[in-house]
Write a protein that binds this ligand. Structure first.
Ligand SMILES: Cc1cc2nc3c(=O)[nH]c(=O)nc-3n(C[C@H](O)[C@H](O)[C@H](O)COP(=O)(O)OP(=O)(O)OC[C@H]3O[C@@H](n4cnc5c(N)ncnc54)[C@H](O)[C@@H]3O)c2cc1C
Length: 466
């Protein structure tokens, strides 16, 4: 053991430290990053997190918090000599049905929270594909979005209160269980989406909702992007706040998942766009009302085809297509993924411009797009074919340059981590980046947490006209 590891072991217990040889090779994300030989500390309480940070701060020891290791922006890409801290021993879930809140440890797994809340007859509406591993702390740190953000908002909207430990070990109590609380700066919002750079989230108060018994799902094929926009407006007008999801797929995506599908497809191949949309409502919402609400869409000739799920099996089949990312990736090897936001009216132009410019430079390229369109969120998957993967930096500049030109965001929901930090200048002004640096220095003057992530080391690359 090193001197500092010995001191920490004496303070919180030898069994709370995992040795570097046992940490070596652990997965740090779903796309192949692995841990070097480094210490992993597993405190059991906020007080122990505080003690660890106080000691690391005094010694200048850098740390990264590890949740479920499902993040997609390189948030756990460790720098030389950095240690890991996990909240896996802090998974308590306490539900207050009357006040419709859950108080949870930051190490709690999303699916466990969802299941416990459902047992209480309520719902925690944030949902995403990594639910079985992602932790509440990681979801807060990344301000995750997921499939229902259109209706319920991102993680930011689900958090009523927080407890955080600052890099110097101070515990800040921001626990609150009320929807309204205007008592000065809403400090908890600073930590949500901060990717662990300002402090470690140890507990949270989550807002719960009623469990909505009715769920209706539609799958449409369309020929023009303008029709997709009109379909979105029409279902929003017809279904109002009940609209929970509106997801788009370009034909390359649909072909890849359709080829891998074992059952019948909801619609034929051959259209330019595919959309899955879903409404959730109270008992008053019936299938007949959903069908009636969509009649004008069909009568207006907006869709090539429109199918409504008549059973849970049909619904699962539709979502199974949308969520078959493994089939998508297999069809675009080696894949390079992007998570961006684009104003709705510019999405078609964005995808076409990126495709044309990438094809001009890398003729063997193939790409497709899909995403949470209702939240402005597009995911691109690009493969450069035979081109050297070293070209990825040039590809990033090209794509983020187009994002910047159209007033989009280089990160919609995955965060910046180490993978996107150097491109921040495409989405944020120099003044905003400078202020972020000042905020970070205020909270973490010794640079203990998450160094090399979220903010670029040097001045960001100025947006370039590629
Ligand atoms: C199959 C799949 C589907 C996904 N779908 C979506 C989606 O639809 N929408 C979406 O937004 N994201 C999605 N994601 C990515 C999503 O960001 C992560 O799943 C989740 O937010 C990260 O949680 P985690 O516990 O795994 O965090 P980790 O990956 O362990 O960490 C992520 C970052 O958070 C920091 N962190 C972790 N815990 C804490 C804490 N307690 N305090 C402070 N900082 C902390 C880490 O240091 C790191 O910087 C998906 C990922 C996968 C693998």
């Amino acid at each position: 053991m090193t001197g500092l590891a010995d001191t920490i072991a004496a303070e919180i217990g030898r069994d709370r430290l995992v040795s570097p040889e046992d940490v070596l090779g652990r997965a740090l994300d779903p796309i192949g990053r692995q841990a070097p030989a480094t210490w992993l500390i597993r405190p059991r309480s906020t007080q122990e997190v505080s003690a660890v940070l106080r000691l690391c701060h005094a010694a200048g020891q850098r740390l990264t918090v590890m949740g479920g290791a499902t993040g997609l922006a390189g948030g756990l890409a460790l720098a030389e000599g950095e240690w890991l801290l996990s909240l896996e021993a802090m998974r308590g879930i306490d539900i207050d049905e009357g006040n419709r809140v859950a108080t949870v440890g930051a190490g709690a797994i999303l699916q466990d929270v969802q299941e416990r809340v459902a047992e209480a007859g309520l719902s925690f509406p944030l949902d995403l594909g990594s639910r079985g591993s992602a932790t509440i702390g990681g979801l807060i740190a990344c301000n995750a979005g997921g499939e229902k953000a259109l209706r319920f908002g991102m993680m930011r909207e689900q958090v009523l209160g927080l407890e955080v430990v600052l890099p110097d070990g101070r515990v800040i109590d921001l626990m609150n269980s009320m929807v309204k609380n205007n008592t000065g700066y809403d400090l908890k919002q600073l930590f949500i989406g901060a990717e662990g750079t300002l402090g470690i989230v140890t507990r949270a108060v989550l807002r719960l909702r009623a469990d909505l018994p009715s769920r209706q799902t539609g799958f449409a094929a369309l020929s023009e992007f303008d029709a997709v926009l009109k379909l979105k407006s029409a279902v929003e007008e017809a279904l109002g706040n009940d609209l929970t999801a509106f997801e788009i797929m370009w034909p390359g995506f649909f072909d890849a998942v359709a080829s891998a599908a074992s059952g019948a497809l909801p619609v034929e191949r051959g259209s330019a766009y595919y959309v899955i949309f879903e409404a959730e409502g109270g008992r008053a919402m019936t299938d007949d009302m959903f069908i009636a609400a969509l009649e004008p869409v069909v009568e207006a000739g907006l869709v090539d085809d429109l199918v409504l799920a008549r059973s849970n099996a049909e619904r699962d089949g539709m979502w199974g297509l949308r969520n078959n990312i493994a089939a998508l990736i297999a069809a675009y090897m080696p894949p390079i993924g992007y998570d961006v936001s684009i104003p709705l009216g510019r999405m078609e132009q964005f995808v076409a411009a990126v495709e044309a410019r990438v094809a001009q430079r890398w003729p063997d390229m193939r790409m497709t797009a899909f995403g949470h369109m209702g939240d402005n969120n597009l995911h691109l998957v690009v493969t450069l074919g035979a081109a050297d993967t070293a070209d990825k930096e040039a590809l990033n500049h090209l794509i983020y340059g187009e994002v910047g030109k159209l007033g989009g965001s280089i990160s919609a929901e995955h965060g910046l981590g180490s993978d996107k930090r150097d491109y921040l200048g495409y989405s944020r002004s120099p003044g905003a980046i400078a202020l972020m640096r000042e905020v970070r220095a205020l909270f973490d003057p010794r640079g203990i947490l998450q160094q090399g992530r979220l903010l670029p080391d040097a001045e960001p690359n100025p947006p370039q006209d590629q």
